[in-house]
Ligand binder design. Structure first.
Ligand code: ZN
Ligand code: ZN
Length: 336
């Protein structure tokens, strides 16, 4: 089978490797769709594990199941979470699933024709796709689950004004979810074509990405109750700090690279009771919620897909996501 080994964003090698055979408690799935995530192109984050086969937004068809598996059969359509928490440790019991100390196994990457699903993920990380969720739509389950979690942790609810800085794929999912909750959503991005997407989804626009706080005040006389940072540029973060209202929350959904020095205005935040909230990855309740939102049509995701590419074009796919000006969601189709 073919698998794409990522060394860095400019060096991705398609290699022929043996198709794995499942043991009694494992299964082999054929990858039908696998999205390229914004985090896949973040080199400081991914390089420590390189070379690796990336791809964690996976819609797949079950091919072969081990003799001990009763829950799934060949032909089943599934979404598989990239890793699963134990649900028993201190962190899991307190809802911090991404911090679970027991996670040992991850799903091999989906930028390959087939994946061997390890036992723990067959047991707790594999979800049957309902009829109404296509393979392409299933690639949004994991990113939407991360968005669901972030907005829940931040306490975002109906009536809040939400500012989303950065309108790539996850920024637009934040726009859609906040709109579905009944929030007023305002967006900012340096890329005009992304803003057009956000406006189509019902967001109000701030034309000058360099003066967000000033524009918020000019437009409505009030800053945002929640600011969600979905861009890694330090300039974007610096725009986030002054844009939050008293008592509000800043959600760091994306962060600048570790070599960037970030100064948090703590004195100002102390007096104004502002929360700085981080959110990393998602947990099982978020995945269930994301599946419900997609299945019910509450969150439409198909309109975010801009590219579908065969595995041989993976370098172009990474380029499209890294550049960001021509694409929103790029989906790899490893078996086409
Ligand atoms: Zn992702
Ligand atoms: Zn745990």
């Amino acid at each position: 089978m073919k698998a794409a080994y990522w060394y860095n964003n400019k060096d991705i090698r398609i290699e022929d490797v043996p198709t794995p055979a499942p043991g009694a408690k494992e299964m082999l799935v054929k990858v039908i769709s696998c999205g390229i995530c914004g985090s896949d192109i973040v080199e400081w984050y991914r390089l420590p594990r390189a070379p690796l086969v990336q791809g964690h937004e996976i819609g797949a068809e079950v091919c072969r199941v081990g003799s001990a598996i009763k829950k799934f059969k060949p032909g089943d359509r599934v979404f598989i979470a990239p890793k699963v928490p134990c649900l028993k440790c201190y962190y899991c019991l307190n809802g911090h699933y991404p911090q679970c100390s027991e996670i040992k196994e991850r799903l091999p990457g989906g930028f390959a024709q087939y994946i061997l699903v390890p036992e723990v993920l067959v047991k707790k990380g594999t979800y049957l796709l309902p009829e109404s969720i296509s393979y392409d739509q299933s690639t949004f389950i994991e990113p939407l689950a991360c968005v669901v979690r972030a907005q829940r942790l931040a306490g975002i609810k109906k009536g809040h004004s939400v500012l989303v800085i950065g309108c790539g794929m996850s920024g637009l999912l934040h726009v859609k979810l906040a709109r579905a909750k009944g929030c007023k959503v305002i967006v900012s991005d340096i890329n005009k074509s992304k803003l057009e997407y956000a406006v189509k989804m019902g967001a109000d626009l701030l034309p000058d990405a360099g003066n967000i706080a000033g524009e918020l005040m000019a437009a409505g006389g009030k800053k945002a109750d929640a600011v969600i940072l979905c861009a890694a540029a330090q300039e974007a973060l610096e725009q986030a700090w002054p844009s939050v209202d008293k008592g509000g929350v800043i959600v760091l959904f994306a962060v600048p690279a570790p070599d960037k020095e970030v100064v948090v205005p703590v004195n100002d935040f102390w007096m104004k009771e502002i929360t700085v909230r981080t959110s990393y990855y998602c947990g099982p309740p978020d995945i269930a919620e994301a599946m419900k939102l997609i299945e019910s049509g509450t969150i439409v995701v198909a309109d975010l897909i801009t590219h579908r590419l065969p595995l041989n074009d993976i370098a172009r796919g990474f380029q499209l996501v890294a550049d960001g000006s021509q694409s929103i969601k790029v989906i790899m189709k490893p078996n086409e």
